[in-house]
Design a protein. Structure first.
Length: 203
């Protein structure tokens, strides 16, 4: 063990005593009550908290159980990073778009919030394949010769080389999830108009 590693371990051990005291006082537990709960003598607990007793697993494990905290919290293990992804909504052609995938290339995912006034069909075409899932509101999808209305929980997928447009079907916003990928990449849910109806159903 080199000098730096030894210094790091020594510093970590020195922090355990004060940390034990903070955990105990935060819970409002006396040394006497903690000694009774753990079977560790009051004098040993006092020396641990003051740094005059070297901590060991035999002492720390019952303390962690008594305080109902992970052992990592007592020994000061590095904290796990915040798992949340920080995304920044942006507005594109009047629609709020929230990216949900960080990687470049391949299938991209995002959430779209389309305001009520974005209801004028303006079909476009481009390379790729798209999948839509309605979260809330009612979505109108114009795809080539099809003109369908979808409600929450319904999905559709289509080749974007076909003329297509989607937006609110009513005088209220609609929220959807989008997946878009290069030609040939697609999900395995397909929406087709039912016989005699103009709304798609997922298979």
């Amino acid at each position: 063990m080199d000098t730096d590693e030894h210094a790091t371990i020594t510093a970590a051990l020195a922090e355990i005593g004060p940390r034990l005291r903070r955990v105990r006082t935060r819970r409002g537990v006396t040394l006497s009550a903690l000694a009774e709960a753990t079977g560790i003598s009051k004098s040993t607990l006092s020396r641990l908290e003051s740094g005059r007793r070297r901590p060991s697993l035999e002492l720390l494990l019952p303390l962690a159980q008594a305080h109902q905290v992970p052992l990592d919290e007592l020994v000061g293990a590095p904290e796990v990073g915040d798992p949340r992804i920080r995304v920044r909504p942006r507005v594109h052609r009047g629609r709020t778009v929230i990216p949900l995938s960080a990687q470049a290339g391949g299938v991209q995912a995002w959430k779209s919030i389309i305001p009520a006034d974005q209801n004028r069909p303006e079909p476009v075409t481009h390379e790729g394949y798209e999948w839509l899932y309605v979260l809330s509101g009612r979505l109108r999808l114009v795809l080539a010769d099809h003109d369908v209305v979808m409600g929450p929980g319904e999905a559709a997928e289509f080749d974007t080389r076909l003329p297509h447009w989607f937006g609110p079907a009513e005088d209220s916003p609609v929220e959807i999830l989008n997946l878009f990928g290069p030609q040939g990449e697609r999900v395995h849910v397909r929406a087709r108009p039912r016989s005699g109806h103009r709304r798609p159903s997922a298979e």
